[in-house]
Ligand binder design. Structure first.
Ligand SMILES: Cc1cc2nc3c(=O)[nH]c(=O)nc-3n(C[C@H](O)[C@H](O)[C@H](O)COP(=O)(O)O)c2cc1C
Length: 196
């Protein structure tokens, strides 16, 4: 990105902060693209925010990255990646509601699914994909046959809500981070290759 474009993006970003109630993606396009890509995620403590940005980076940074709580209108996008963090074996209620409400917009545009999860600190694999992608995100959206991956996540204790902090402390759950950026970059590349 040219220096002046970068500064422009920063100014736009500051303007966006002033109107915090309006949906604003992490609009960051290091490379130009004729296709319109978006990643939409849900997160509690930030794992899937980073996942979304890294997946976009794997695609060459061409996707707008949205938190589902912004309730974005994605109708102008051609290609959409959907994913999020897992609690009690599901994505957040906000994400489930959003996917249900926007099913018609999403059904022909979803190009990939992802989940970020603890999986009891065990490496994620096909069983997780079966449960959380095929048995959860695909069911809500009605979209099948696109790349889907479950990734190991992280816990940042001081970002947890009081109840969850208490629960994790009682379970003697310590802080951990099993996220590997390179895995997300690879997945971004895989999704991009799947639509060419
Ligand atoms: C209250 C709570 C419930 C969780 N439930 C699950 C679960 O059902 N399955 C799972 O694999 N991981 C579970 N996890 C682990 C999270 O999915 C993982 O730490 C993820 O990276 C957190 O994402 P976040 O940073 O967006 O909060 C849970 C974590 C917390 C704090």
């Amino acid at each position: 990105m040219e220096r002046r474009d970068f500064i422009k993006a920063g100014v736009i970003g500051l303007g966006a902060m002033a109107i915090a109630d309006t949906a604003t993606a992490l609009q960051f396009y290091p490379k130009k693209s004729d296709k319109k890509w978006a990643v939409i995620y849900n997160t509690w403590c930030g794992s899937s925010r980073d996942a979304g940005v890294w997946i976009s980076e794997g695609m060459g940074g061409i996707a707008d990255v949205f938190d589902v709580r912004e309730n974005p209108d994605l109708s102008a996008y051609d290609h959409i990646v959907v994913g999020g963090s897992i609690r009690s074996n599901t994505v957040s209620k906000e994400m489930q509601d959003y996917l249900t409400k926007n099913r018609d917009i999403l059904k022909d545009k979803v190009r990939g699914f992802f989940c970020v999860q603890g999986n009891r600190k065990q490496p994620t694999g096909p069983e997780n994909v079966k449960q959380l992608i095929d048995g959860h995100l695909s069911v809500i959206t009605g979209v099948t046959g696109v790349p889907g991956r479950c990734f190991n996540g992280r816990i940042t204790l001081n970002l947890l809500e009081p109840n969850e902090f208490k629960m994790m402390s009682e379970m003697k759950m310590d802080e951990y981070d099993y996220m590997k950026r390179v895995d997300f970059l690879e997945f971004g590349k895989e999704i991009l290759a799947s639509v060419k």
